[in-house]
Design a protein. Sequence first.
Length: 239
Amino acid sequence: MSADDFKRQAAAKALEFVEPGMKLGLGTGSTAKHFVDLLGARVKAGLKVLCVPTSEATRRQAAALAIPLTTLDEVLQLDLTIDGADEFDGDLRLIKGGGGALLREKIVAAASERMIVIADASKRVRMLGAFPLPVEVVRFGAKATRVMIEELAADAGCAGDISLRLKTDGQPFVTDGGNYIYDCAFGSIEEPELLDEALKVVPGVVEHGLFLGLADLAIIGSPAGVEMIEAGFGVDDAV
């Protein structure tokens, strides 16, 4: 089986946690895309849910599948968000934002009673940081903001190349919120909480891709089957 098959395995298992009448957050990325596809089939078969997408790409996908959509301005709080991750560790601390939707993803996750992460086994790491940390910044003064990110990250024990995310045409990538993203190749992030606090001090930083204390459960598709990790408890089971 391929990595994509494992992603779909995890998405299918996550669908078992969806109950009729739930208000759901729909994640962004390749694994979340599988979940939205599977949810669309359930909706077509009669499942009643109301969903908030975390990106314009997910909104378009869900709308094409006739999944009922709303906004956080309408519902305020969600029962469950299901989303992917670029990395996660044994404490279910995450790096997200590879798809550029980290701001909306974090807003939606924080507004949810529960967050389930779905991924293939390659996303599980001993220590966060192999995947460059995305940091979303306002366009005004972006270069000055980059300098502050570098300085305060160094105070938190993190150093490495900080590059502006570009599109294939060489132009800066712009998020759904109209901002830029710096990808910070810090390597191992020994103290994610310390880096989280440091980045919050930078005025031009809108949000960063460290998701700490938000995920309750990880569902992992792997050659051994589907594993589930509860926050704070380690491996739960495999099926």
